[in-house]
Design a protein around this ligand. Sequence first.
Ligand SMILES: Cc1cc2nc3c(=O)[nH]c(=O)nc-3n(C[C@H](O)[C@H](O)[C@H](O)COP(=O)(O)O)c2cc1C
Length: 309
Amino acid sequence: MDEFKDLRIVDNFYQTSAFFPMPTIEISTLAEDGSTTIGSYSLCFPYYIAGKDYYAMLLECRNSSNTAQNILRTGKCALNFPEDSKKLFKEAVRLGFPGETSKEKMEKCPYNLIKGMASEDDGARPLVMSEAYQVFECTWDDSLENAFEDKAKIGQLEGVEPPYRSFNGITSKFGCHFILKVDKILMKERYYNAIVNGVKASSFPRVPVDYGYRDSTNFWYTKFKRPIACKIPAGKEADLNGVLYAANRMDPDIKFSEDACKTLVKVPRVFLKLVLQGCVDWAKENNCTLITPVEMQIINDKRKQEKKR
Ligand SMILES: Cc1cc2nc3c(=O)[nH]c(=O)nc-3n(C[C@H](O)[C@H](O)[C@H](O)COP(=O)(O)O)c2cc1C
């Protein structure tokens, strides 16, 4: 084992004991006077991505931050993703420096804040950043782990005493975690078209990657570089016989033609059953007993339409 050294794991290991690539996110929340305030965050990742009643992000933050206090109180926030620009990153670093009140911070903030698109039926929402390439408008799920009880701890800014929750709400003396239900994803038109019509290297937003706070001096980030497409391994495609075998065993009343199965050979094995089930469901709804390339085309068009919606 000459290749590696055994590095001590210390607090904030992701930035003190590692090189960990992270997103830069400006989180807007509502201050007590109803105004929008912004803090910078990187430890914010997809949490529920499929198979649940809703989609969610996970945010890890200091429980005394304006952002945490405001989420505990109102449950609402918006995750604004700025594009790569030294000017925007400098502002992110300023908004990420503790100590100033929301009012002081926001007086100097150059962002253009506008109303989002998510419903306000169950409470007012913070404004969103018009400079962002995408925005997730979110609501904290305070029902998980009965985290709504932590509202009683709002205002304890010098450290919260135990007991703590495991994964949602106040999780340590100075820390907290929020599971944030994604209510709306707002996307700039150019990138919306790229997602709906298929991405090219030139159609990605300029996404910065940050490496956090290091040496108690600097925040580090890398500039966006044109992304590279990497073909999926050819050997991993389902072969035609495999698709035919699986397709014609899905449902006794519904058959797939060989040509229809040819259109599915590029679907990775792990997703094949799900895709075939979608075809079978469509066939049943439409009184169809044989799926040919014509029906496959209709099913694909329907899927594309649903994606657009
Ligand atoms: C780029 C960047 C990313 C940051 N990420 C986090 C993070 O994920 N969690 C956290 O607790 N603090 C993070 N910070 C520090 C917070 O921004 C800092 O605590 C700030 O005071 C929070 O602002 P607020 O009190 O208005 O919420 C980050 C700072 C910067 C500049």
